[in-house]
Design a protein around this ligand. Structure first.
Ligand code: XUL
Length: 519
């Protein structure tokens, strides 16, 4: 019996695939390709196109199409794609693709002997797609906020205050600055729904989860927010078409997919979703109090919630989760960049950094810092600056503990503000290998911390979503065998630290408020 499931992830830098066997409950194949290495003719660096204006960051959607063709051809060499019963995928969030009215006809009449990108190249109303790294829409964010009656109204309806990288402000900018190209645009997709459309052979809607990263979707109504659509572009409801349930298949793979790559006619396609919503599943976060922290270039904290908080926090993004419940995401820009800066300034390697953290007492003798080595997203800090309180920059041991404590305190304070009180934390990303950092995390949050060794969390999460939809099983049954943690490696909180960090958190929050009122 065919039992394979394919999960794809079209991320900023690469396209990857995870193939799982649903009967054996294991990963059978993983592969990927870097856009810039494999497709240099699109002139991207790390998958993106930059401009002299540093706020402008786009990517060529045709490159994603060519990558899909190449990846599926190479997968067909390794596994029997006729054994794939379901496909789902993930895409970098917020990026948008603008298509002409001929796209659906073109998808329906593709020639399987020819590569996908060669047949679709005339269908783009905009050659490049603004992506999540683009920050050029401050003005549009302000005007969208004003049109909706203030940032609180926008946040309570759509789950986020207006954010430069979110799709609504990006569409608004395009509609206003390039009206002719906007008029020629019949369909607007996100990266996720665009790749899904290629597989389904027709333009499919945006799923509820990724729709909540646009500043356009009403979380409670589960429908587009009419006033936000009106503010961002004429006729937008038609261009976006209805948003769709992330748990329901859109249909079978297209005839082109069957003939060119060998998929079976019965292979079902699930709506693709954003990379963070898919990672939520790939990390096994399906219960109320489960939280994950990804310690990467920036640190991201996200958690699953079965109900919406009464008040949406302005510093968090509230998304619909692929489980059709909710998820909270907080993004801290000063992640490993800040840890790295302190390590370098202290002239230490990572072993030395850990030894310095371990040689100091929890609470750093009352000293702490506000770790804004760069501008910060949470809290919003536009003027970088490291503020030291009761500690000195030449005390290397205190600085090493200080930067880690500051990051954990800030995450804990802002997660709590957003209604998230972790009962346990799953941690991934480069710095999750550092036990000293994990001990501070456990002590500050006062909960156990588990390391999850998963390299393709978003693609795996997509595959697990398709597994759940095809078996109609519980989420627990879908993820359990793929996301188990090794309890022997669990880092436990030291209860003796609870009071120290409760008092330090109060001081930290007060210092942060004071600093934000002057910067
Ligand atoms: C989340 C965000 C990024 C992108 C790229 O809001 O902008 O995490 O999803 O991965």
């Amino acid at each position: 019996m065919p039992s394979l499931i394919l999960g794809l992830d079209s991320s900023t830098q690469s396209l990857s695939a995870v193939v799982i066997d649903k009967d054996e409950r294991r990963i059978v194949h993983e592969t990927g390709m870097q856009f810039s290495d494999r497709f240099p003719h699109y002139n991207t660096v790390d998958g993106v196109l930059r401009d002299d204006d540093p706020t402008l960051v786009h990517a060529p959607p045709l490159m994603w199409v060519e990558a899909l063709d190449q990846l599926l051809l190479s997968l067909a060499d390794t596994i029997n794609l006729a054994d794939v019963v379901a496909i789902a995928g993930s895409g970098q969030q917020h990026g948008s693709v603008y298509l002409k009215s001929g796209m659906n006809d073109c998808l329906a009449t593709l020639d399987p002997k020819q590569a996908l990108h060669l047949q679709l190249r005339e269908q783009f109303a905009r050659a490049t797609a603004p992506i999540w790294m683009d920050a050029s829409t401050a003005d549009e964010c302000q005007r969208l906020t004003d049109d909706l009656g203030g940032s609180d109204v926008l946040c309570q309806h759509t789950g986020s205050v207006a954010v430069e990288r979110f799709t609504g402000p990006q569409i608004k900018k395009f509609a206003e600055q390039e009206p002719a190209a906007y008029a020629e645009t019949a369909h607007i997709c996100l990266v996720s729904s665009f790749i899904c459309s290629l597989l389904a052979g027709r333009i499919v809607g945006i799923d509820y989860a990724d729709a909540t990263g646009m500043n356009l979707f009403d979380l409670r109504q589960r429908d587009w927010h009419a006033a936000a659509l009106d503010s961002c572009g004429a006729g937008l409801a038609d261009k976006l078409q209805s948003a769709i349930d992330p748990c329901r298949f859109v249909g079978a793979v297209s005839p082109y997919m069957q003939q060119r790559y060998g998929f079976h006619a019965g292979c079902q396609v699930l709506p693709f979703s954003g990379d963070n919503p898919c990672s939520l599943i790939g990390l096994g976060l399906i219960d109320e109090d489960m939280t994950a922290i990804s310690l990467g270039t920036s640190d991201t904290l996200f958690g699953h919630m079965t109900a919406l908080p009464a008040q949406m926090s302005p510093c968090a993004h509230t998304f619909i989760a692929p489980t059709n419940h909710y998820m909270l995401l907080l993004c801290f820009k000063n992640g490993s960049l800040a840890r790295e800066a302190v390590r370098r300034d202290c002239g230490l390697d990572w072993e030395g950094f850990s030894a310095a953290v371990d040689s100091t007492e929890p609470g750093n003798n009352g000293g702490f810092m506000l770790p804004w080595f760069e501008t910060e997203i949470v809290p919003r800090v536009m003027q970088p600056g490291v503020h030291l309180h009761g500690m000195k920059a030449d005390d290397h041991n205190a600085m090493c503990r200080g930067v880690v404590e500051a990051q954990m305190l800030s995450m804990n304070i802002h997660a709590a503000e957003a209604g998230l009180q972790p009962g346990s934390i799953r941690v991934t990303g480069g710095a999750s290998q550092n036990r000293s950092i994990l001990q501070v995390m456990a002590d500050v949050f006062q909960c156990p911390v588990d390391v999850l060794e998963i390299s393709n969390g978003a693609a795996l999460g997509a595959a697990l979503r398709a597994l759940q939809a095809s078996e109609q099983c519980s989420w627990d049954a879908a993820v359990a065998d793929f996301t188990a943690v090794d309890e022997r490696r669990r880092v436990m909180p030291r209860t003796a630290c609870a009071d120290v960090y409760a008092s330090l958190a109060a001081q930290y929050a007060a210092a942060e408020r004071a600093a934000l009122s002057v910067v």
